[in-house]
Design a protein around this ligand. Sequence first.
Ligand SMILES: Nc1ncnc2c1ncn2[C@@H]1O[C@H](COP(=O)(O)OP(=O)(O)OP(=O)(O)O)[C@@H](O)[C@H]1O
Ligand SMILES: [Mg+2]
Length: 234
Amino acid sequence: MDLAPAVDFTRDNFAHLLAGRNLTAEQVNVRDGNPYSEMNLIRRGIAQARTTVPHIYRNAIAELPEALGWTAELCTTARTDQERRDAIIPTIGRGRSLLLLGPTGVGKTHQAYGAVRALAVSGVSMTWVATSSADLYAALRPRNGVDSETEFRRYAHARLLLVDDLGAAKSSEWTEEINFRLVNHRYENQLPTLLTSNVLPKQLADRLGDRVASRLTEMCDRSVITGTDRRRAA
Ligand SMILES: Nc1ncnc2c1ncn2[C@@H]1O[C@H](COP(=O)(O)OP(=O)(O)OP(=O)(O)O)[C@@H](O)[C@H]1O
Ligand SMILES: [Mg+2]
């Protein structure tokens, strides 16, 4: 565990997220020399979020009750586990997943990255991997010099995984197999996964297959976002 550098709070409104936890930028930037301190974990979380969250979502704040409830539950479970195991730091472990549904442009990805940013300032240790389903398939496509199974495990075994736009790409037997293997692994191991999709709730089984849809139903809290395309309104 390393000592994370001080955070520049003049951008990315992380200060706003911290205020929600009654923490100030000054408190978070106090260097106590303890790599396991809550403040160091927050600084690490912010540093990781800043390198991973796409630029357009860098200020995203989750407002959906389902997203806020999901992040809160993950944090509570992490802290309970920490006490039970007498561990040095709380770490995201097993937990429920979250499925955000809704038509194009209503803010699914915004809410998803908002949730990740909330987790980043929670003081709970987490490593997370984010991808769109199209990028996932591209990364896993068999090609010279890349072991697709090793790549697959990077996503399947991630502590926290964000899969954006599930069901958006044109499907094939191969993409269906990837979807099934990924969802099945996350399901069987109760690994928290944040998924977004613009597939209508009642079409999930048709678009993703019964077995994927069935697993998602059991493992996920679900939120259907309604509204108009925010991109066109801008
Ligand atoms: N709550 C919000 N506050 C401010 N801007 C928002 C909010 N939600 C979404 N936006 C903005 O609206 C646009 C569309 O949001 P987003 O990309 O999250 O939509 P989406 O539902 O994921 O769309 P798609 O289905 O095409 O992937 C983006 O520019 C995003 O930054
Ligand atoms: Mg999106």
